[in-house]
Design a protein around this ligand. Structure first.
Ligand SMILES: NC(=O)c1ccc[n+]([C@@H]2O[C@H](COP(=O)([O-])OP(=O)(O)OC[C@H]3O[C@@H](n4cnc5c(N)ncnc54)[C@H](OP(=O)(O)O)[C@@H]3O)[C@@H](O)[C@H]2O)c1
Length: 348
């Protein structure tokens, strides 16, 4: 039986994910990586060409096939065939829940379905290295945690849960980039605050992390705020964690170095960190969950405060890959994920 993976969408998340899967498919034990490009756009010809060169195959809806032929792509197949043949379907669109209702729910339910961060309610939250156990559930639907969920959850895990330090309160401000470097829409001319629409958690960011850990029975006291800034580089997270006991700065620095999913940096600006990702990341992206500005870490009695840069266009990618590989290789999926260690840095 062929191991076929279908990625829906070729945007900020879909494009590098298709590349990661296709370029590493032999190491990951996958046979075919297929992507659904919905709209035949002449200005996106180069992107499609690049993904085909990486070894992926393209599909689209039957009514778009002739347009793709006109653009020079003759080997585009009908997505309906791919829906049948794929065992894992990774939705990377802002319409994962709609696509579930319209398409995925009527497919064979032995497949594994994933959607990305904004599709709250799609399935159980999953973040690679944070809650790997959830993949052992019988579920066939997983919600890949958003970029901010990956970052906040990593901070909580590295400095509290992994250390057995009781967290009395975690507060976060997500300082968000206005839009991605690949996007024209939604740029913000000035700092623009987000409403606190959630009475308990402030914004959905703390709610999502709360829900992620609640899946394993941990009920954390978290609160978040968010503000959009006029930058395209990357999100930055301000955090303050209060513990039951006093903590020491030296211990915190050690915890940071021990964390598998957080990087440390002496850089103090997001453009410097982003630039490192452009030069040394995969598809220009950093794949770690967060990059802590180590000189920002401040300890006072029982409280740790600091900043962490969030690679919003990169840190969720390996979670989609991990949930794909685990579907096929229950025993050695983690070893197969080692192929990505070359993209993970400890200090940048
Ligand atoms: N951007 C980030 O940093 C980031 C980080 C973490 C999670 N996410 C989440 O990832 C998801 C995708 O975000 P994105 O930033 O990658 O979006 P994006 O750059 O706007 O790309 C969206 C892609 O989805 C395709 N698409 C949209 N609706 C579709 C449909 N109904 N059927 C098939 N294809 C469809 C579009 O294809 P065509 O152009 O061919 O029509 C496009 O390739 C969202 O849920 C978002 O919240 C984004």
């Amino acid at each position: 039986m062929s191991k076929n993976v279908l990625v829906i969408g070729t945007g900020t998340i879909g494009e590098p994910l298709i590349g990661l899967l296709a370029e590493h498919k032999n190491s990951l034990g996958l046979d075919n990586v297929i992507f659904f490009k919905r709209t035949p756009l002449s200005d996106e010809r180069g992107k499609v060409e690049a993904l085909l060169r990486k070894g992926a195959n393209i599909v689209s809806t039957s009514d778009a096939l002739s347009e793709f032929t006109k653009l020079g792509f003759s080997n585009v197949y009908d997505v309906e065939k791919a829906y049948e043949e794929a065992d894992v379907i990774i939705d990377c669109t802002p319409s994962g829940n709609d696509n579930w209702d319209k398409v995925y729910s009527s497919l064979n339910q032995d497949k594994r379905f994933m959607a990305q961060g904004s599709e709250h309610g799609f399935g159980s939250f999953f973040a690679w290295g944070i809650n790997n156990e959830v993949l052992e559930n019988e579920d066939n639907k997983f919600l890949i945690a958003s970029c901010n969920t990956h970052n906040i959850a990593s901070i909580v895990k590295a400095f509290s849960l992994d250390q057995g330090r009781e967290l009395t309160e975690g507060r976060f401000v997500c300082l968000r980039r206005a839009n991605d470097v690949s996007q024209n829409d939604s740029f913000s001319p000035s700092p623009t605050v987000t409403k606190h629409t959630n009475q308990e958690f402030g914004t959905h960011h703390a709610r999502d992390v709360h829900e992620l850990f609640a899946q394993e029975g941990k009920k954390l006291n978290l609160f978040s705020s968010a503000i959009k800034l006029p930058t395209q580089y990357m999100h930055t997270l301000w955090f303050t964690l209060s513990f039951k006991e006093h903590i020491k700065h030296d211990d915190v620095m050690r915890n940071l170095q021990d964390s598998e999913f957080l990087m440390a940096t002496e850089k103090m600006s997001s453009n410097k960190v982003f630039s490192f990702g452009r030069d040394h990341g995969y598809h220009g992206r950093l794949l770690s969950h967060g990059i802590v500005a180590e000189q920002s870490l401040h300890v006072k009695e029982n409280t740790l405060t600091g900043y962490c840069f969030t690679p919003q266009d990169g840190n969720a990618l390996l979670s989609s890959v991990a949930a794909t590989v685990q579907y096929y290789y229950k025993d050695d999926w983690k070893e197969k994920m080692d192929v990505f260690n070359r993209y993970i840095f400890k200090n940048i």
